[in-house]
Design a binder for this molecule. Structure first.
Ligand code: NAD
Length: 515
């Protein structure tokens, strides 16, 4: 029986993963494309969450004691398991989230790549090393190492139900922590599948990665348990609640929140490539991408060609749930209203709708890909995260004005710059107020495991992926070891009179000559 079939069967709960907890309330996960029930899952209450975290805590010591090599071996078994069952997991993602199967494969590929990188680089990034001891401690050896925190709680969204949480889960596990994951209430089957896969692939450390299911209250319980760190990915509004709950127990948090990412198209850009990237960045996954492109600022010389190319490409997109579809239904029904409101408000404020629009839905759960021109900068379509298949395109004088407008947002997750001039593009990328920027492509930084992922401002703080992502789930530990005792110990009440004067003279000789 496949893991999906196990998840589907009876209660929809995979044996031995999320059904061991004492709770009677359940909820259904349904396929956005068809309304069919994907699975039935427990609503884990505070007691059940507490029990799960206690089991994770009991497993955490053993998991940490496996060391870098032992964990690397088990994380390899896990990623091998995911890679062998890629189509099965992609099918579940397709059914529960609605995205095309091929896009689900892409998402799982990224997750597997991150698992490999995190496990492969943990020792080098986190392992013990000697550092320079400095002047006063010259007779000591100084050591730095990054120790696991214990149990990391991961709360995830529904839009990339494998890739997004894995950015925390893989790095937290590789760093030696146990993990308790609360998937979105819109994608619990994918979360349960990931935990079932872990138990199957890593039976000797099964409790090092567990899942609890439910709504916001289950997530809130995970914040209050407490855990040793809470990695949250979701909206800024929920992020604030998570921080408030974690403040009660002084639990450190990682915040991966929303965005309003912009693309700058400069005079010398490859317009066709920029349009292709903008359409993918804005419309793939039905626009439900935190690092999706929602705004484009194109300079006057390229604006008309860019708009024509984007419009032509968008009109070729095909909604649906079959293999030929380029985008699927909106996963979360309430998001449809947000997208329609943004488009209607913009149109009401004078924006031109060149394709799509609020009244052109290809189906009850679908939003037509919509391109808006001349949108007032004060409107919701420019200021708020839309999280749907929409794109605003604004004509600007030059790249400097584009950058100014791109940076005029409370968010700061990611963005893109299109220009054939390497120096200009890199300069714009550096000055873009965002955690990540792609030059002459979109979203690429997310597929480079060595690069940190995270935002600024309302897009959150802390970093997943790369060395920063490994360190995020550790506590740095400083140790000094005296190698040889010195005849004069300055950090002792027994130090000779005049020792401080001698030290001041030495400091003057060594550092005093610098002006
Ligand atoms: P959401 O904030 O509604 O929910 C996220 C998770 O938080 C869910 O699992 C939910 O059950 C849980 N939750 C809700 N209330 C809670 C509470 N009071 N305490 C603890 N947990 C609670 O977000 P969503 O709709 O699932 O996801 C979409 C949002 O996520 C968008 O804003 C998107 O930009 C963002 N996102 C960000 C990233 C990133 O890496 N920066 C990645 C993907 C999505």
């Amino acid at each position: 029986m496949s893991l999906s079939e196990e998840v589907d069967s009876a209660t929809g709960v995979t044996a031995g993963t999320v059904d061991r907890h004492a709770t009677t309330e359940t909820f259904e996960s349904t396929a956005p494309a068809t309304g069919a029930v994907v699975g039935v899952f427990p609503v884990h209450d505070a007691t059940a969450v507490g029990e799960t975290v206690a089991r994770a805590r009991a497993a955490a010591g053993q998991w940490a004691a496996l060391g870098f090599d032992g964990r690397k071996q088990r994380l390899a078994a896990y990623r091998g398991y995911l890679a062998r069952r890629m189509h099965e997991l992609a099918d579940l993602v397709h059914r529960e989230n609605g995205k095309p199967h091929a896009d689900a494969i892409l998402e799982i590929t990224l997750a597997v790549d991150h698992l490999a990188w995190a496990a492969g680089h943990a020792r080098k990034t986190l392992g013990p090393r000697r550092v320079a001891a400095g002047m006063l401690a010259a007779n000591h050896a100084a050591y730095l190492e990054y120790q696991p925190m214990g149990v990391v709680g991961v709360i995830g969204p529904w839009n990339y139900p494998v890739f997004t949480p894995m950015g925390s889960i893989a790095y937290a596990l590789a760093a030696g922590n146990a993990v308790v994951f609360k998937p979105s209430e819109f994608t619990p089957a994918v979360g349960a599948w990931l935990a079932a896969a872990w138990r199957a692939a890593v039976p000797d450390a099964a409790d090092a990665f567990q899942v609890v299911t439910g709504f916001g209250e289950t997530g809130a319980a995970l914040c209050r348990v407490p855990v040793d760190k809470l990695a949250f990915t979701g909206s800024a509004a929920t992020g604030r609640k998570v921080m408030a709950a974690c403040a009660e127990t002084l639990t450190p948090v990682l915040m991966e929140l929303g965005g309003k990412d912009a693309m700058i198209v400069d005079d010398d850009a490859d317009v066709v490539a920029a349009a292709d990237a903008a359409v993918w960045g804005a419309m793939s996954n039905g626009g439900q991408t935190c690092i999706g492109i929602e705004r484009v600022y194109a300079t006057a010389p390229v604006y008309d060609r860019f708009v024509a190319e984007v419009t032509a490409q968008v009109q070729r997109l095909r909604p649906g749930s079959d293999d030929a579809a380029t985008y699927g239904p909106m996963t979360m029904p309430s998001q449809i209203d947000v997208v329609r409101r943004h488009v209607s408000d913009a149109a009401g404020a004078g924006a031109r709708v060149v394709t799509g629009g609020p009244d052109t839905s290809p189906g009850e759960r679908y939003v037509a890909p919509t391109v808006l021109l001349d949108v007032p900068e004060s409107s919701a379509a420019v200021r708020e995260e839309t999280f749907g298949p929409t794109l605003t395109i604004t004509k600007v004088r030059d790249a400097e004005e584009a950058l100014e407008r791109a940076n005029d947002t409370t968010y700061g997750l990611a963005g893109a710059v299109f220009s054939k001039s390497r120096d200009r593009a890199m300069d714009l990328a550096r000055r873009m107020r965002s955690g990540m920027t792609s030059v002459n492509s979109v979203l690429t930084f997310a597929s480079v495991p060595a690069l940190p992922f995270g935002g600024v401002g309302d897009s959150g703080f802390g970093r997943i992926h790369g060395e920063d992502g490994l360190k995020e789930f550790t506590r740095s530990k400083a140790i000094t070891r005296q190698r040889v005792p010195l005849p004069v110990n300055l950090m002792s009440f027994g130090r000779p009179a005049g020792a401080a004067d001698a030290l001041a003279r030495v400091m003057g000789m060594v550092h005093g000559r610098h002006r």
